[in-house]
Design a protein around this ligand. Structure first.
Ligand SMILES: NC(=O)c1ccc[n+]([C@@H]2O[C@H](COP(=O)([O-])OP(=O)(O)OC[C@H]3O[C@@H](n4cnc5c(N)ncnc54)[C@H](OP(=O)(O)O)[C@@H]3O)[C@@H](O)[C@H]2O)c1
Length: 343
């Protein structure tokens, strides 16, 4: 087998580093490169600024086969570079509105695409679609899906992840009810949800994640919602008050960045998916003891391995490459991830 050259852009960041660690441990034969704006110490450290295409020359020089994008690329410069140079590409960074732009761009170029272009920006690097399929393979039967996220501010969070809420907290976004898009805002429409893994009853509030778009527009599930709660009940309610009293609107971006930008030393992350059909309500719950970065990175590694092994060229949302059984089993066998199913 040819040795594969894989470049992680944003490879010095919180998630990028873990991707490199897990990739290396599972696939010692891969040749891994780290891309960031800083000059590194080895020949495998490449200086790349996604905002400056002149820095992309080193990608061809080092015969990169696959690019993992772990930093925000607002102009989709890396996506276009990957399509032009027939390189495999996987992106975990796009909030919903950016994802739709990138997806349209890829579709518009679909005749030119001779590599694997994979959008993996769904919650925890795009595994929700696989978990839903595992629970209910007959997709047409699904009437509604609700995702509930438990987000600990004690968990480690990269600088760039925190910016999303700071920048978008006041902007409305779309959820789907019977295929009708409905505009909502973050931290409104609270709902009591009884979380698993000993967390218990919490108020959960609206959160915009790309799964809203993916599950309705691509998977055709008529009703989709996503709600989140913080580990602290106090912080969760406070955010609800801030939003309903429009306090976020009068704050400066810097202040909102400070508010949402906290990162702890590490904590668990949990999310649960409720799948409703005419006659049944099923639930799958996932806990990552080592938190969001570990889970996101492990999911991304599963996608990368799949891209390099069996997947034909084309445009994919990550879950579309896999059998849901293999994703379920890989997650279930990972020592720091727990899965629970109930009906
Ligand atoms: N899909 C999911 O479930 C999921 C989950 C978690 C995170 N994410 C996303 O993954 C991304 C990374 O998150 P993180 O927590 O690892 O963030 P982070 O710790 O802030 O890391 C950002 C990385 O990007 C590099 N970088 C920043 N600007 C760059 C540029 N212009 N060109 C090239 N490299 C640049 C940084 O290095 P330098 O500053 O040295 O260049 C660093 O290596 C974020 O976009 C986040 O939203 C997605």
């Amino acid at each position: 087998m040819m040795r594969k050259n894989i470049l992680v852009i944003g490879g010095t960041g919180l998630v990028g580093k873990v991707i490199l660690r897990i990739l290396q441990a599972r696939n010692p034969a891969y040749n891994l490169f780290v891309g960031s704006r800083q000059l590194g110490k080895t020949n495998n450290d490449l200086v790349i600024d996604v905002n400056n295409p002149e820095t992309f020359d080193c990608i061809a020089q080092n015969k990169i086969d696959l690019i993992v994008l772990c930093t925000k690329d607002s102009d989709n410069a890396i996506l276009q570079f990957a399509i032009q140079n027939k390189l495999d590409y996987i992106d975990i960074t796009k909030p919903t509105s950016d994802l739709t732009v990138a997806y349209d761009l890829a579709k518009a170029n679909s005749k030119k695409i001779a590599s694997r272009i994979v959008f993996s920006s769904g919650w925890m690097a795009g595994i929700v679609g696989s978990l839903i399929d595992f629970m209910e393979p007959d997709k047409q039967k699904i009437q509604e899906t609700n995702i509930y996220i438990y987000y600990s501010v004690k968990d480690q969070a990269g600088k760039s992840s925190a910016n999303f809420l700071a920048e978008n907290i006041c902007k409305p976004f779309v959820v789907y009810k019977n295929n009708q898009p409905q505009k909502v805002k973050h931290f409104l429409d609270s709902e009591k949800f009884n979380y698993s893994f000993g967390i218990g009853k919490r108020k959960a509030y609206n959160l915009d994640v790309p799964d809203l778009f993916i599950l309705n527009q691509i998977e055709k599930i008529p009703t989709v919602s996503v709600k989140m709660t913080y580990n602290s009940k106090f912080v969760t309610s406070l955010m609800g008050y801030f939003q309903s009293l429009r306090i976020f609107n009068i704050m400066f971006l810097r202040e909102r960045q400070l508010l949402f930008g906290s990162s702890g030393n590490g904590d668990q992350t949990v999310f649960e998916v409720i799948i409703k059909t005419q006659d049944k309500i099923k639930r799958i719950s996932l806990q990552s003891i080592k938190g969001q970065a570990e889970l996101t990175a492990f999911s991304t590694v599963l996608h990368i391995e799949k891209m390099l092994n069996e997947t034909l060229s084309g445009v994919y949302f990550s879950h579309q490459m896999h059998s849901s059984q293999e994703i379920y089993e890989a997650l279930d066998n990972y020592t720091t991830i727990n899965l629970k199913i109930s009906e």
